[in-house]
Design a protein around this ligand. Structure first.
Ligand code: URA
Length: 434
């Protein structure tokens, strides 16, 4: 059969034909190809890789397994951003409204948190009343008026990816560059966008920690997007320390609001400007990335980005008053402070321990469908490379009491290391690929 041919072809290092790709993916989505054959093919792809044209073919076939947003004819250029995720990465939340305030449309379909990283959708849903379930017939209209939709994946967008991802998760085949690239790109292509900015992280809190492998992923995704007719730029950025100071759902919304008011941590502001500058350039709204970044910063500083965010929140059922300072975002009842045990310089060990600490407090999820406590989390009181004295606060812990605090504290002690010598801060931006 074509499916068995596909498996043996890839096993032997060959290139899948269009017929094989089509037979496999359409058969798998229809339930005619069993998981054991799919698992064998995925493992062969992981071990053997894919050619450029073969990967484009595979990605288009994944896209064709579902429906796409029909957004032609909007007055605004359609652009989006994807991040491979990390600890404290809330950049999308200030970014989308800032870019919308500069004239773009951002049909942002994002995911939920799983394992050690948080999801943009979960963070947004900590805003009282806000729903990320936007009906298809409202999508386009909201995009035209507000320039942003924050939505979740629906069952009819790339169903092949939903099935394949679940299988990859239990067969050791997540960590394949072609499989990751086709998974991400097929979903972004379904948004019907004209330009895409990829934030590909490296460092201990990243999906792929190694910088060189991260670079390979970025290169593959930019080339794949191009082969599928989508203009894309990738920024490779450092995730060996949290982005900003806040980690945890409603705490990250609060920090995003600081950014939308023209303040907030420098690294968050810098990342939003860099990504936004690329998005505006891809959308034809600025001459180059530097000019675009300046426009984004202006929108953050003069209140237009915040206005745009308020409008989107209201449109999606959220309470705009909850966004005011002293508003009603969920707050944990208890506050603890972890202090430096000795003097030195703050550095970070394995950032995944911060994600695990958040999960220990109830702010993470092991399985899709698990409930998340939006109020718990951390706010760093010192950042990477800072000189700290013994007894100085390192991090605030927002929690609900009980044994969870001890578990979280132990994990944070491992992740936040006070070192005896200073170190140079790794720059946020490592590379740009176009
Ligand atoms: N995110 C995705 O959407 N797919 C992958 O394969 C990996 C990360």
């Amino acid at each position: 059969s074509l499916v068995l041919d596909a498996i043996t072809t890839k096993r032997d290092g060959g290139t899948l034909s269009p017929e094989q790709v089509d037979a496999f993916l359409s058969g798998y989505v229809a339930g005619d190809v069993p998981d054991y054959q799919a698992a064998a093919l995925l493992m062969a792809i992981l071990l053997r890789g894919m050619e450029r044209d073969e990967l484009a073919l595979w990605t288009r076939a994944m896209l064709a397994s579902g429906t796409t947003l029909q957004l032609d004819g909007l007055s605004r250029p359609r652009v989006d951003k994807h991040s491979t995720g990390g600890i404290g990465d809330k950049a999308s939340i200030p970014l989308a409204p800032a870019v919308a305030a500069c004239g773009a449309a951002v049909p942002m379909i994002s995911g939920r948190g799983l394992g050690h990283t948080g999801g943009t959708l979960d963070k947004l849903e900590s805003i009282p009343g806000l729903s990320t379930d936007v009906a298809p017939e409202r999508f386009r209209d909201q995009l035209e008026r507000c320039g942003v939709v924050f939505a979740g994946q629906t069952a009819d967008i790339v169903p092949a990816d939903k099935q394949l991802y679940a299988l990859r998760d239990v067969t050791g085949t997540v960590e394949s560059i072609p499989l990751i690239s086709s998974s991400i790109l097929s979903k972004k292509l379904a948004e019907g966008i004209e330009g895409l900015v990829l934030d590909v992280k490296f460092g201990s809190g990243a999906f792929i920690s190694d910088a060189e492998r991260g670079s390979e992923l970025a290169r593959t995704m930019v080339d794949l997007a191009g082969a599928c007719g989508l203009r894309a730029v990738a920024l490779q950025t450092y995730m060996g320390r949290p982005l900003g100071r806040a980690v945890g759902h409603s705490l990250e919304i609060a920090e995003s609001l600081d950014c939308l008011r023209g303040g907030g941590p420098d690294d968050l502001r810098q990342l939003v400007a860099a990504l936004g500058g690329e998005m505006l350039t891809l959308g034809g709204l600025s001459a180059d990335a530097d000019a675009g970044a300046a426009s984004v910063l202006a929108a953050l500083d003069d209140g237009r980005a915040l206005e745009s965010f308020r409008a989107v929140v209201a449109e999606q059922g959220g309470d705009p008053a909850s966004l005011d300072s002293g508003g009603s975002l969920p707050r944990a009842p208890e506050l603890a402070v972890l202090e430096a045990e000795s003097a030195g310089w703050l550095g970070f060990g394995d950032l995944r321990d911060i994600g695990r600490a958040l999960a220990a407090l109830g702010g993470g999820r092991e399985r899709l469908g698990d409930r998340i406590d939006p109020a718990v989390g951390f706010v760093l009181q010192a950042v990477d490379g800072d000189r700290v004295e013994a007894g100085q606060p390192l991090v605030e812990i927002h929690h609900r009491g009980g044994a969870a605090l001890d578990a979280a504290s132990a994990l944070l002690r491992r992740a936040l290391q006070v070192r005896s010598a200073p170190h140079a801060r790794v720059p946020l931006l490592r590379d740009r690929l176009a």
